[in-house]
Design a protein around this ligand. Sequence first.
Ligand SMILES: [Zn+2]
Length: 385
Amino acid sequence: MRTLASSLDEREIIEFTQQMIRTPSLSGEEANVAEQVAAEMNRLGYDRVEIDDRHNVIGYINPGGRPMVMLNGHIDHAGVGQMKDPFSALIVDGSRFGSSGDAIYGRGACDMKGAVAAMVHAAATLKGRPGLKGGAVVTAVALEEKGEGEGTKHVLSHGVRADFAVCGEATGMRVNVGHRGKFNVRVTTRGRTSHACSPDRGINAIYKMGPFLGRLQTEYTLPSHAILGQCTCTVVDIMASPGWTSPTVPDSCSVIVDRRTLPGETEEQVLAELKQIAARVAEKDPQFRAHMDIVTRTSPMWIDPSNPIVQRVEQARSRILGDQQPVGAWLFGTDAPYIIEQGIPCVGFGPGNETFAHSEQDHVPIKDVIDAARVYAQILEDQCL
Ligand SMILES: [Zn+2]
């Protein structure tokens, strides 16, 4: 009998990727692409296909099977910015982006409609196999780009269960075991208003922020991790009030600090570190006061490389691709931590290179998409038959 990987229809996978790219699907606007995904699942003979009220698509092959393998990807994409022909889904020579072979170009190609197409088709190869024990659930979720896992959390809180999961965000065809998390911290300095024509009578909160930002940039020592890499910290926004439209020295200035974190780093720790920097500013300027609070949190992901699930995915990968690669990590965040939070071990493997995600060169090599589908099919072959 043919292996699952060899029964994939490559042309259909490419066409389905293109079809999804041609359908814009910003976060919150996934209805049309969700319909496409559900229609493809139905066409491929999935046993159960649902679209929930967030436009998450959930498709099962052998819903009662064990083990149940979850393939998770998202169907929304980042904004297009100045990207040229973002919904063209053209097949282009990948060498123009430094990739090899033909590639599919368009917003969401590598993040991550190529992976969703690969997953939808890979799971379908299980259908009707004699001796089928396990099952597959493809969760093609909405609202991932907003960054707090809303789509995946919704799916998991409405009864979708699995024994383990693969997150298909672009890994450059390596197996990824984690990524850093993020705290966005708002830091606010205070001053005193005066008319801007006589600034000496006030205390300018923006000037109070200056020394803090200087020290943040030069004096903040951040931890690093052998696989997840170096933590980073940068300022991503600045606001002042009451604002320049009435000429007033501002008495309040806030910045948003983006601090990437390792697993185990707590809010209290990160706030204490930032307060220490503020304390050094205050030593030189007794008037300096800064208030800090965390405004958003994104979880880090980590699964130990020795976890048997990681090894199963690595084995399937090297069986199909014929080589071995050390495990890696993403720079960006994914929905994987929200899957792990629910007690479902999750590993990353997906087509394309994350450096092109959200970029004007968003594309995915066709060979990656097909190989990823073959690897997903191999995982299902190893686990479910
Ligand atoms: Zn993504």
